[in-house]
Write a protein that binds this ligand. Structure first.
Ligand code: ADP
Ligand code: MG
Length: 592
């Protein structure tokens, strides 16, 4: 049952100290207790802190909270930081004591105090007599037991240390920078232990060797000399993995022969190994040169607890700084990589440029050669025409002259097209008609090369925006390449042209049964001036030209060449205003 509710009117009744006899009714609001005048319960007790504690109603129960008081708050003899109060709980702070009771039970409690005195009242019963419980305060593995008879000072010191440990642990937990953490730990050790010197050593991650990372000396002890500590004591702490306390190191049999001990006149010393997963990751060393027995078991315990809570944080901070260092290295490497990449890209650009220049050189040489040949034949035929000859021969010479000059015209036209001087003027057109026209151009060379032509054209294709003249040149180029590729290859030699519709795109595929395109040249074939053909056969401008023209129509060109299966070039031409009809099945498949 709810404790607060079981007390119909909860209250505090002061049974000892300056406020003895005072009654404080507890309601929903917070009741503050302390020495300060503005406290709800202000008591002139010198052992109380300004704001010592408070009581608040939480979830139907009354909770007593110590407000980091100097001398602590006790309930039924036990030191508390935060506790739910139960009926007849006895609260002590400084010289003052209260009973947590109710208005209804007040008469009973008052009568009891009057007849037995406050010391007889115990938790659980207001009538039975029992001895006042002892106070136990655990610092770590051992417990410091302080009897009622012990001086309040001792309790106060222990309480203070507990708070200091709590405070330090809290601050340690929020620090992530290793330097700040070490500074806090060493400063705390020096201050709390009243030591002459405090040194923190950490094990080198690679070698395991312990190296001092932070040393602090008491003001009066500071000098420019490096601090020497007892290696003998440190070694023993590391080997035994136990905290070591010596009241007089000079006469301590455990460290007999320790030269530095005698040399430096070390008297009191403590040494605590920092253990993480049973591995010594560091050591805390404290000494007092001037005095023997300067530290006791409690100090050692304090130091051990402090080091235990610091170890994990130190390890985390070291890991954190290692991660940061690695991050910095990765960022640095990334930057270098980017710089190298940039350099590589520039070199590649230069290479491409050089390659283009050399291709251009080859092309110019090729054109010059062709033009020279053409001019030679033009001059030759012109001279022949000057000489007396038969009309029939004259006619032949004129015809040859015409052929030669039209070759010259074609060459110039290709070059102009390549320089993108031809304008593309698309208009809705029939793709199948385009294919038929292009096939007419290659029919003669195909027949000559014994190439069979297969047409597989889809019926009812929607009109596509085409510049008929330019697109005929595109298809002729692709078909000529196919016919040329099959020259001298095993029969049957077949050139297949397909058209099909796929959603809002019309496909035109040109397939051959030639040798295909080797993988190492695949990514170069669209480069201008790239050719694998002899000078009189190829300029390397065809595919580059095709790509430019198809793109100018808003289309795409791609190539596949599975090993041993020839090459297939596919054009994807967009349908400008998609018709609602779906793709029509192949309406024509015939062999020319
Ligand atoms: N159908 C094909 N089969 C094999 N290789 C081809 C085919 N079409 C083009 N190529 C390759 O692409 C290169 C570039 O073609 P192109 O740009 O038309 O220039 P050219 O025909 O003047 O060599 C050709 O030299 C050839 O190596
Ligand atoms: Mg070509």
């Amino acid at each position: 049952m709810d404790e607060a509710l079981s007390l119909s009117q909860p209250m505090l009744y002061a049974i000892a100290g300056p406020a003895k006899g005072r009654k404080v009714l507890l309601g929903r609001e917070v009741v503050t207790l302390g020495r300060r005048g503005n406290m709800a319960v202000s008591i002139e007790d010198p052992k109380l802190s300004g704001h010592h504690a408070d009581i608040r109603c939480t979830d139907g129960a009354y909770v007593l909270r110590d407000c980091m008081s100097t001398n602590g708050t006790y309930v039924n003899g036990e030191i508390v930081t935060d506790t739910r109060l139960a009926e007849n709980d006895r609260i002590r702070m400084g010289h003052s004591e209260f009973i947590f009771t109710s208005l209804e039970k007040l008469d009973e409690v008052e009568a009891m105090v009057a007849s037995h005195g406050s010391a007889e009242l115990t938790k659980g019963s207001t009538t039975s007599a029992a001895s006042t419980p002892k106070v136990q305060m655990s610092l770590a593995t051992q417990s410091v037991v302080v009897g009622e008879a012990c001086a309040d000072d001792k309790l106060a010191t222990a309480h203070k240390k507990l708070w200091s440990l709590y405070e330090i642990a809290r601050r340690i937990n929020v620090l992530s920078e290793l330097d700040d953490l070490l500074e806090l730990v060493v400063n705390t050790i020096l201050k709390e232990m009243d030591a002459d010197r405090a040194v923190l050593l950490l094990a080198d991650k690679a070698t395991g060797e312990l190296k001092p990372v932070l040393t602090k000396c008491r003001e009066a002890m500071r000098s420019d000399e490096p601090v020497q500590l007892s290696e003998t004591i440190v070694r023993q702490a590391v080997q035994s993995r136990q905290s070591i306390l010596t009241e007089d190191a000079g006469s301590d049999a455990r460290f007999a022969g320790g030269e530095s001990i005698a040399l430096m006149g070390i008297r009191s010393a403590m040494c605590v190994p920092l253990l993480a997963n049973d591995t010594v990751v560091g050591v805390a060393y404290v000494d007092k040169l001037s005095r023997t027995a300067a530290f006791d078991a409690e100090d050692l315990e304090y130091l051990t607890v402090l080091c235990n809570s610091a170890t994990i944080s130190i390890e985390n901070a070291r890991l954190f700084s290692e991660v940061q260092a690695t991050n910095r290295k990765v960022t640095e490497a990334h930057k270098q990589l980017e710089a190298s990449y940039q350099e590589l890209a520039e070199t590649q650009q230069k290479l491409i440029q050089a390659e283009k220049m050399s291709s251009l050189g080859r092309l110019v040489a090729g054109i010059a050669h062709d033009l020279k040949n053409i001019l030679t034949s033009v001059t030759g035929y012109a001279q022949l025409l000057k000489m007396p000859t038969s009309d029939e021969k004259r006619g032949t010479y004129v015809e040859r002259l015409n052929e030669t000059t039209s070759m010259c015209t074609k060459m110039v036209r290709d070059l102009l097209s390549f320089a993108r001087q031809d304008e593309v003027k698309p208009a809705p057109g029939d793709v199948n008609a385009l294919v038929v026209e292009a096939l007419d151009v290659v029919r003669a060379p195909a027949e000559e090369g014994n190439v069979e032509i297969v047409r597989d054209l889809a019926a009812q294709l929607p009109p596509v925006n085409l510049d008929m003249l330019q697109m005929t040149r595109v298809l002729t180029n692709l078909m000529t390449n196919a016919v040329q590729a099959m020259e001298g290859t095993d029969e049957p030699r077949r050139l297949t042209v397909r058209t099909a519709r796929e959603s809002d795109v019309v496909h035109i595929a040109i397939e051959d049964t030639g040798p295909g395109i080797p993988p190492d040249v695949m990514n170069k074939i669209f480069d201008p001036f790239f050719t694998t053909k002899p000078k009189d056969k190829g300029t390397g401008l065809g595919l580059s030209l095709c790509q430019g023209l198809v793109a100018a129509h808003g289309g795409e060109i791609s190539v596949e060449s599975p090993p041993g299966k020839g090459a297939r070039f596919t054009l994807r031409m967009p349908i400008q205003s998609p018709s609602p009809q779906s793709s029509a099945p192949s309406g024509e498949a015939e062999t020319d």
